[in-house]
Design a binder for this molecule. Sequence first.
Ligand code: ATP
Length: 453
Amino acid sequence: MNKSPDAQRMEKIVSLCKRRGFIFQSSDIYGGLSGCWDYGPLGVELKRNVKNYWWRVMVHERDDVVGMDGAILTHPEVLKASGHVEGFSDPMVDCRTCKARLRADQVIEKKGIRQCPNCGGRDLTEARPFNLMFQTQMGAAADESSIAYLRPETAQSIFVQFKNILEVSRKKLPFGIAQIGKAFRNEINPRNFTFRSREFEQMELEYFCRPEEGMELLEYWKEERLKFYENIGISRDRLHVKTVPDEERAFYSKGTYDIEYDFPFGRQELEGVAYRTDYDLSQHQKASGKSLEYFDEETKQRFVPHVVEPSAGVDRTVLALICGAYSEDEAPDEKGKMETRIVLRFHPRMAPIKCAVFPLLKNKEPLVSKAQEIVNFLRPHMNVFYDESGAIGRRYRRQDEIGTPFGVTVDFETLGEKDAALRDTVTLRERDSMKQERVAIKDLASILSARIS
Ligand code: ATP
């Protein structure tokens, strides 16, 4: 069967990610651990750029948000109060013939007869709830009292620490608490590369407010989050806002938007922005017996704050960046013949390596030492990469493929051999347009910093 262009594109992306060290299957040499991924040298840089930029705009550039970093191992009472122990489940069916465990909505139904999509078998169990949380045991005793969970979202530790953080930060409503960290869900059917993983990272903000501010803040945060995606280079055309209909929304939510992205495998959720009312804090207040109320000094009223939650996935954002950036165009090779060029057109702010530095020839010591001098001089400002091997065109191509936005070449003009006026200048090449300009070495750091900040 011929694969669709989108499926082919996705295959090329997955293969590039492995070939160039963005993302590997976890435990690869043992056959892989399903739903888990390891980020390689370039992937970790890209991921950090996403998280750092989120932290910058959501925490550092604001007066009304503080951060926290909570534990992954979670007290069972927290997740009972939040509803996860009872309700965080998918209905599942087992096939008795091939032993496949299937999500109930994957079962094929033909003329009222249920069939396994794997083997066609008809001997299926009834659907039963399957909790998506990973449970573990803490300490030596192996009884009920030692149960702990790996958190299925970062949000709950924010709610549980609400009172402590309110006291130490002395913030007034409305204010938010932000967190970036790992979350774990035993997804029945991990798929679409990193899109649905069992271990993933979230970037969540819980923005606490007065009840009457909730709906307006929901709109505000939806807009802020759309700006975020545009500012990291995700095209607005590929982003869509879905208003989650009443019947699909959690019963306590007064309004939820899903921010969706056109991945090669379809339009899928990147982030949820939900107005969760006072549900979470009220639940924890009830279950813990500790007051989680806020005292409003102006009105002298005491109440449980409401919350608006923009909750984004780091891995899904990284995947959207890679899918959006992947492109193929034509560029001349060493002999001037046109060849296909693979380019990751990352926004310079997100690119794992900002600038590559090349001596024109590797066996000319003055070129090599000048290039290394430039590397050392740029290093405190940005992530740079030095490469002296192979023809210069090949070196450009290798950087295009990993999305490096700028290339600096040290040539004989840099040494002032042809024209004294060009001494200590280099060629600066831009990845997308392939345009080259001559710039002074002393200006490089400021020119590049302005383009990548
Ligand atoms: P989905 O409907 O796709 O399972 P969800 O609605 O359960 O997602 P939320 O609970 O709202 O997701 O989590 C917030 C964000 O966390 C999601 O928008 C997504 O970016 C990320 N996320 C959730 N589950 C996963 C997963 N299994 N793998 C990677 N990222 C995830």
